[in-house]
Design a protein. Structure first.
Length: 392
């Protein structure tokens, strides 16, 4: 037995199985700087994102970036299978088991890799048969691991796509409440009606739970971070950041709204943002363009006042909001740079077409007609028909 090939084969098999176990089965955050999955995404995401960023058309660029998530899942499975195949091939090579191979003479590594491949994928061709009891035992063991690996991979797909679907449902629902891309100013404006404060409170409750689900699913399956939304102006990062913006605004400078729920939602949303950034070993950055400079801050508060929202416009209002932003914007910015997902503005730079605006215009016309009818009925005197006078 050749000790080197045996140790290399055992190490490769254990590393592949442990990495697959941590990535697929274990619900806890995977640890280790030299895991196969971590090295795979470090080595493939950077060149892929760089090449996609060279595409000038926004929609085509987003399409190229969206392909990476599902494709990387398939490639990762191929890497795991290749590691297992190679590891068992090294074991066969270490045993020096005689093989009746007509293509390669002697104890050739290529023959050992071939018999390992036909075994792990349960082909059962039988053209190579090792004349060793230990080699036959390894064949049985590899066949069982290959079958279990296939079952594990099949169970991996539904879990991932269910978590992705649950995430995207709330993001799609946010389109009518926050615009596309979502902005804090638009969320506040679309809830500036009688009873809108209660509706906004319910929305924050829903996003508190959404943030908790995002935290649990994306820590267990970091691959989901690369899965992008179906619409160009939407992403899980922009939705999470816009909710944090609204919570910061409610806590730091808006009156007549329950700030308690805003604090609860802010806490879990920030927790999710920080932990996800730590998965990729990203450090928060303080550089970059300010999302809310002084002139936009004045415009933001002016728009809120026009919508009928009471704001705390004192000398320290901007400073309080800045303190809130410092708690999460660094993590959001570094994730935006890494994942190529733009952060949402505080105020929509230009009006975009969305379903909510179309429906709102129709409703405004209906309310206008109803108001005219009410005014007309109030102005007309009550008159009785002639036949009613004869009845008396």
């Amino acid at each position: 037995m050749h000790i080197f090939w045996f140790c290399a084969g055992v190490a490769l098999i254990l590393v592949a199985l442990l990495d697959a176990f941590q990535t697929v089965i274990s619900p806890r955050r995977a640890t280790g700087r030299f895991r196969i999955t971590r090295l795979f995404y470090i080595g493939t995401w950077w060149p892929w994102s760089r090449l996609a960023s060279m595409i000038s058309h926004p929609r085509k660029r987003e399409t190229a970036l969206s392909v990476y998530g599902p494709l990387s899942l398939l490639l990762l499975i191929v890497v795991w299978a290749a590691a297992l195949l190679t590891g068992f091939g090294f074991l066969f090579h270490s045993l020096r088991a005689p093989l009746a191979d007509t293509m390669f003479s002697g104890n050739d590594l290529r023959s050992d890799l071939y018999i390992s491949g036909t075994t792990i994928f349960t082909l059962g061709i039988g053209d190579l048969t090792p004349h060793s009891s230990w080699a036959r035992l390894i064949i049985v063991l590899e066949s069982g691991i290959g079958l279990g690996f296939l079952a594990m991979v099949i169970s991996y797909f539904p879990v991932l796509y269910q978590a992705f679907s649950r995430r995207e449902v709330s993001i799609s629902l946010l389109d009518a409440r926050a615009g596309s891309p979502p902005t804090a100013a638009e969320i506040m404006r679309r809830h500036a009606y009688k009873g809108g404060g209660d509706a906004l409170n319910i929305l924050l409750v829903e996003w508190e739970r959404w943030s908790a689900e995002l935290l649990e699913s994306h820590i267990s399956y970091p691959l989901l971070c690369y899965f992008r939304s179906q619409h160009t102006n939407q992403s899980w990062l922009s939705a999470l950041t816009s909710v944090l913006d609204v919570c910061s605004l409610l806590i730091a400078g808006v009156q007549d709204h329950a700030a308690r729920q805003a604090q609860l939602t802010f806490a879990i949303a920030r927790h999710a943002l920080v932990d996800i950034s730590q998965i990729f070993s990203l450090q928060p950055t303080t550089g970059g363009q300010d999302r809310l400079p002084l002139e936009k801050f004045d415009l933001l508060y002016g728009n809120l006042c026009q919508a009928g929202i009471r704001v705390c416009r004192d000398a320290d209002s901007m400073e309080r909001l800045k303190k809130m932003r410092l708690l999460y914007e660094g993590h959001a910015r570094v994730l935006s740079d890494y994942l190529r997902m733009p952060l949402p503005p505080w105020i929509a730079e230009q009006p975009r077409k969305d379903n909510w605006l179309s429906v709102a215009k129709v409703r405004e016309q209906t309310e206008s007609v109803s108001q005219e009818n009410e005014n007309l009925e109030t102005a007309l005197p009550i008159a009785f028909p002639d036949d009613q006078h004869h009845m008396f």
